[in-house]
Design a protein around this ligand. Structure first.
Ligand SMILES: Nc1ncnc2c1ncn2[C@@H]1O[C@H](COP(=O)(O)OP(=O)(O)OP(=O)(O)O)[C@@H](O)[C@H]1O
Ligand SMILES: [Mg+2]
Length: 349
């Protein structure tokens, strides 16, 4: 071991339909410190339903984030989610080394709902049981076309994607960095974005499964805009809770309740699927991140409708930083937005 060798961390880059987030961490003792943070909101329509509609605009915004934080920045960890990625769990006979690899790839080919030629596969052995001689393998498959477009975009922005992770694992990683996972509690980490909601389930203190719901806060955004006749900028402001005094709060809450029905129905389906596939009889806690966690009333509406306690995820809970570094905003106020980016930034390269 090289004495005093530093573990190198790349920056976490989270490209969302509503905003792009860039986070740089450094190791500090056994934890982390925040070195840089920048967020850029995108105009509506630049990324729509997980599809990049205006590639040049995204590249330009990534470059401006890099210029703001560290113009020399090159290495980034990025995350993928939604339609482009499939995650599945396989239970198979225990093997090691190349034998394990071959067996896993063979099994993936048999089971996957796609042609293996069209995807890039990765896997991780979650659990090995010596008694039954079985192992639990997590398989991630990303569609090649999707992956290539995404990587090309990042390269065209002048960066080097050193790891491609999934948003679901990034959220899990961010949770692990900031909280002690209580093995007796069954937890759903829910990241609520504009068009995509990533759910990561934790059972027995371990990752269990993940599920993406192709729905997010967009319906709430549109409903608020319509109800209060607000333009895009003011709607965004009201969803940040910055217009409490100028719009009727009861009406705002009623709008959030109605507009979130479809989203909640999607979450319920995903939760019952999790319960039936895991044999869990309950969910103890929802840990909410993403911009949805910051929308006034939304966390309490979810808690009420789903009858599960909702806690707001603070991915900066265990991360040290100097508040003077941030003049434009206070990181803790937007912390839930940063869950994916922080989880990516905490990946060891
Ligand atoms: N302080 C805030 N900054 C940015 N967005 C906020 C804030 N507070 C609430 N929101 C709302 O959060 C939502 C965006 O969440 P988020 O940034 O997690 O989406 P995204 O990651 O860009 O989208 P996706 O993951 O679906 O691609 C928007 O509806 C926005 O109005
Ligand atoms: Mg997101």
């Amino acid at each position: 071991m090289a004495f005093g060798k530093r573990v190198k961390l790349a920056a976490g880059l989270d490209i969302g339909a509503n905003s792009i987030k860039l986070v740089k961490l450094a190791r500090k003792g056994s934890g982390y410190s925040l070195k840089a943070l920048a967020i850029k909101e995108l105009p509506m329509g630049v990324i729509n339903a997980e599809e990049i509609k205006d590639r040049d605009a995204v590249i330009f915004d990534i470059q401006s984030l890099v210029d703001q934080t560290d113009p020399k920045l090159k290495d980034v960890v990025v995350g993928i989610s939604g339609h482009g990625v499939i995650t599945d769990k396989l239970i198979m006979d225990r093997k090691t080394g190349t034998e394990a690899e071959q067996a896993i790839l063979f099994e993936a080919e048999q089971r996957a709902p796609f042609d293996v030629e069209d995807v890039t596969l990765d896997y991780h052995i979650i659990k090995e049981d010596v008694e039954t001689n079985k192992m639990e393998v997590l398989m991630v498959a990303a569609r090649n076309e999707f992956l290539k477009n995404y990587i090309d975009l990042i390269i065209d922005a002048g960066l080097k994607p050193v790891i491609v992770d999934t948003d679901a694992f990034a959220i899990l990683n961010a949770y692990d960095v900031n909280y002690d996972i209580d093995p007796s509690r069954i937890i759903a980490l829910i990241d609520l974005g504009l068009d995509n909601t990533t759910m990561t389930f934790i059972k027995d203190g371990l990752y269990h499964s993940t599920r993406d719901v192709s729905n997010g806060t967009r319906l709430i955004f549109d409903a608020v805009s319509k109800e209060f006749r607000l333009n895009q900028e003011l709607t965004a402001k009201s969803l940040r809770g910055e217009m409490d005094s100028s719009i009727d709060q009861d009406m705002f809450k009623a709008t959030v309740v109605t507009a979130s029905e479809e989203l909640i129905a999607g979450l319920e389906v995903a939760m019952s699927y999790f319960k039936s596939s895991s044999g869990a009889d309950r969910l103890d806690l929802i840990v909410l991140s993403g911009g949805g966690a910051l929308i006034p009333f939304l966390p309490e509406v979810l808690q009420m409708k789903l009858s599960i306690p909702v806690e707001i995820f603070n991915p900066l809970r265990n991360i040290e930083y100097d508040p003077d570094m941030f003049v434009e905003f206070q990181p803790e106020k937007v912390a839930p937005l940063l869950a994916v980016a922080i989880g990516l930034a905490a990946r060891r390269v």
